[in-house]
Design a protein around this ligand. Structure first.
Ligand code: ADP
Ligand code: MG
Length: 256
């Protein structure tokens, strides 16, 4: 049965989508069957996996509104090596439409149930807000992977996210927990980043993944080629770090 992880952080531009697509590709590379769910109307994870968001016949929008199943709507991103349940701007409307509906925060969870046997991992790329979309992600998941930059306000932002996760845990999803914090866009030459990294480790202990994702321009270039960095330039430092992270995650599964 698939493990379901949200990639979440309510800040924008912290590396959620980069983590989602490269972790998906890294897991695929080490032999795991992966479904990547794009829950952000920007559709960056969709495009970055090599699926054209403008050409989607069906998307996660149709799944949330129960007019399509995941089997019908997911597509195989061949070069990336995993399935994608894509998103585009239509999804922004779901936010409003869902409010009116029953079981509005359970839609994704219910849709995922029939496909869990077909995957080892389901990764959910969340938008940068606590919206009905993110709530659907958090209600579906076994845990949250939090990408974060080691910057001055990082810990502060984390408090909000931790509180949100506690609330969802208490009221909606008893399974939910933080799987781990992933240090991304890391530059070891910056003293402040080293300090924040040490702070993170002393606050959160082994909740901080050993893998560290460096700042690496190849990871930033890859989306314009419609590929995860891990596929676009497998030997780039950032790509190697994501494959290492994928291995670490697979190793941690039995202890979760
Ligand atoms: P989010 O999904 O949280 O908004 P993104 O993954 O889209 O964040 O990343 C924000 C920007 O930072 C993008 O332009 C992306 O290419 C770039 N970026 C992300 N991770 C790295 C990295 N490790 N090295 C260099 N650039 C990165
Ligand atoms: Mg994003």
């Amino acid at each position: 049965m698939a493990k379901i992880f949200c990639i979440a952080n309510q800040k924008g531009g912290v590396g959620k989508t980069t983590t989602s697509v490269n972790l998906a590709a890294g897991l695929a590379k080490v032999g795991q069957r992966v479904l990547l769910v794009d829950l952000d109307p920007q559709g960056n994870a969709t495009m970055g996996s090599g699926v054209d968001k403008r050409q989607l016949a069906l998307s996660v929008y149709d799944v949330l509104l129960e007019s399509a199943s995941i089997q019908e709507a997911a597509v195989y991103a061949e070069k990336s090596g995993y399935h994608v349940l894509g998103a585009n701007r239509e999804l922004a409307g779901a936010e409003v439409e869902l409010v009116e509906l029953e079981r509005r925060d359970q839609r994704l969870k219910e849709a995922l149930a029939p496909v869990l046997g077909a995957y080892d991992f389901v990764l959910i790329d969340c938008p940068p807000s606590l919206s009905m979309l993110t709530l659907n992600g958090l209600c579906s998941a076994h845990g949250v992977i939090v990408p974060m930059q080691c910057e001055y306000f990082a810990l502060e932002g984390l408090t909000d996210l931790v509180n949100t996760i506690k609330q969802v845990h208490a009221n909606l999803n008893r399974d939910l927990k933080i799987i781990g914090l992933l240090r991304v866009m890391f530059d070891p030459r910056v003293t402040l980043q080293q300090q924040v990294s040490e702070q993170l480790k002393s606050h959160f202990g082994d909740k901080v993944f050993n893998a560290v994702i460096p700042r690496n321009v190849r990871l930033a270039e890859a989306p314009s080629y419609g590929l995860p960095g891990v596929v676009f330039d497998p030997s780039a430092k950032g790509s190697l770090a994501f494959v290492e992270f994928a291995r670490e995650l697979v190793e941690r599964i039995p202890t979760m």
